[in-house]
Write a protein that binds this ligand. Structure first.
Ligand SMILES: Nc1ncnc2c1ncn2[C@@H]1O[C@H](COP(=O)(O)OP(=O)(O)O)[C@@H](O)[C@H]1O
Ligand SMILES: [Mg+2]
Length: 253
């Protein structure tokens, strides 16, 4: 399954991408995680450490991936990915290393081309941790046009819910048919109720709720992944996210 993780800045896209990738590996699936942030840090959340995250080469810009393109998927993964300690294969797509190096459109085109391929021979699930906002859906062609499902991350704020609402509109235009709404950093029952009401008002589903979790903040400060044994409520929410991905996959076959 090709999964795009999207939402407003700071809502928890990278955190959720890393937890979801690890949970899927736990279930025995081969997972490719693609960091499309121009300031990539998914590697840290996946336990790669600062040096290895910094050393990860960006995939070439504007390449056409596929048998008759510039590189096959296997070649791309062989040359431009690293496997994290827990077994997630990680790629960095849009890294910006120099000032004034130009726009990242070519990187978006590479990701779009990769997602357009049948990836089954190399990976079971591809998780794309998107840069904040909705530009990736409005760029010509849409970076995520070939995604099977979008995971809309929202914190309990109206701006986050409105971003998700706009995302659904653009996704529909691109022909993406499925999305899952995830509330993150929900720190009280009042916040949960407020988020539920806003989602209802703006036509955004709220399928999974991840609590606000100090252990996540602490892990982030250390530049390390969340321990498997810490924060059972967070892991339970991630399990329910995995379940909703699988359930909907069966339902649409
Ligand atoms: N459930 C949560 N509880 C508490 N803090 C969280 C939670 N999810 C994310 N955070 C924190 O919020 C900040 C932004 O998260 P991040 O995943 O980097 O967001 P994004 O990728 O959307 O910009 C980080 O400091 C992270 O540790
Ligand atoms: Mg991020």
């Amino acid at each position: 399954m090709k999964i795009g993780i999207v939402g407003k800045g700071g809502v928890g896209k990278t955190t959720t991408s890393s937890l979801l990738a690890r949970a899927l590996v736990e279930r025995g699936r081969r997972v490719l995680a693609v960091d499309t942030d121009s300031n990539p840090n998914l590697g840290l959340s996946l336990g790669l450490g600062v040096a290895a995250t910094e050393a990860l080469p960006a995939i070439p810009r504007s390449i056409v991936v596929g048998q008759r393109g510039d590189m096959t998927v296997a070649e791309l993964m062989g040359d431009f990915s690293v496997v994290t300690p827990e077994g997630v294969t990680l790629m960095s797509a849009l890294r910006v290393d120099e000032a004034a190096a130009g726009c990242t459109c070519g990187g978006h085109a590479s990701v779009r081309s990769l997602l357009g391929q049948a990836l089954e021979s190399e990976t079971d699930d591809t998780i794309v941790d998107m840069e904040a906002g909705i530009e990736h859906l409005s760029r010509s062609g849409g970076t995520l046009a070939h995604a099977d499902v979008l995971v809309l991350i929202m914190e309990p704020s109206r701006k986050a819910v409105i971003t998700a609402q706009r995302t659904i509109g653009l996704a529909t235009e691109l022909g993406i048919k499925r999305w899952i709404g995830v509330g993150n950093k929900v720190d009280s029952s009042e916040a949960r109720t407020a988020l539920e009401e806003m989602c209802l008002e703006h036509g955004v589903p709220l399928d999974v709720v991840i609590p606000s979790e100090p252990a996540l903040v602490a892990a982030d400060l250390r530049g390390e992944p969340l321990d498997q044994t810490d924060a059972p409520q967070v892991w339970a929410a991630i399990e329910s996210l995995v379940d909703s991905l699988a359930l909907e996959a069966v339902a649409t076959v």
